[in-house]
Design a binder for this molecule. Sequence first.
Ligand SMILES: [Zn+2]
Length: 338
Amino acid sequence: MKIFSVWSAKGGVGKSSLAVLLAEILACKGKRVGILDADLYGPSIGHMTGCLSRATVLKEKIRPILCEGKRVLSLVQFPVFQDLHSVRAPIANQILKSLSEEVDWGDTEVLLIDMPPGTGDVQLTLSQLFPFTGAFIVTTPQEITLAIVKKSLAFLRAARIPILGLVENMSYFIEPLSGERLEMFGPSSAKPFCHSEEIRFWGQIPLVSELAASLDQGKNLAGLAKRTCFAPLEEIAVEICKEIWDNSSSKKSTAWRVLDGRVVLSEGGFEKSLSGRSIQSRCPCADCRKRLPVLDSGVKVVSASRVGNDRLQFVFSTGCCHGIYALETLWKKAGVEK
Ligand SMILES: [Zn+2]
């Protein structure tokens, strides 16, 4: 089972709605998908999917509720939590531990975890409990949101969770009568932001009033998921499928080793090596970017490890360990087009 987390730096950006829609799209593609509502302080996935019946326990394992092709687990399915309005951190951590160890997800292929907003204790616990394949970030066009997203990026990089990109929600609204496109929050700067942070920008999603209505009733999502305005989610779903099932990918056969502070990539008897400096010059972390003009040409790669299917993460002699590099990018950097 591959596990992906859906992040937002702050609340109210529509993260849970998009997580549910993404699950719907994956289910429509025939994938066995589960959603875990890890937002202890504002669980909403149960309502949005219409899965409000009590979670059952079988052979000492919690069984998520199966509804419309998706397995859903949310705290609202446990009567004991329904009247709970405050959860202290140690209790929250204990609950999350149970959710990571005591749930039987059956033959689920993809698990989406709807994260609580922010970068605190609960998020740290989750990142330690679940082996995430990657994280998606949901944001809105306000400047302030991007400032907080920066924190999430730093958090994810420190936790070594691959950042699979950012999607902007509520970017615009199409006025139904005039068809005019209204940007309620003003123009977006998400695209240049992603470019400077070297993360993928999946695109903009408009405010769709029917989505809120459908989610309130927990139904009719399949029809909505097909709308072209949700194309960025469709693309993310395709990428998730690729991450999981594309075993024929040639990227997988790349081997690597660290030799005299350089990284040696090899594939099918063909080898190329890259210096520490040339790799670190692409590191997106603030520290490296600050040092970029004076980056020491003697910087060495200390170690390398694989992240996900096709990325490498390095520890440099400067102490930085934040950059995650696609093998494809590294081959390109070494002058090999793949
Ligand atoms: Zn760095």
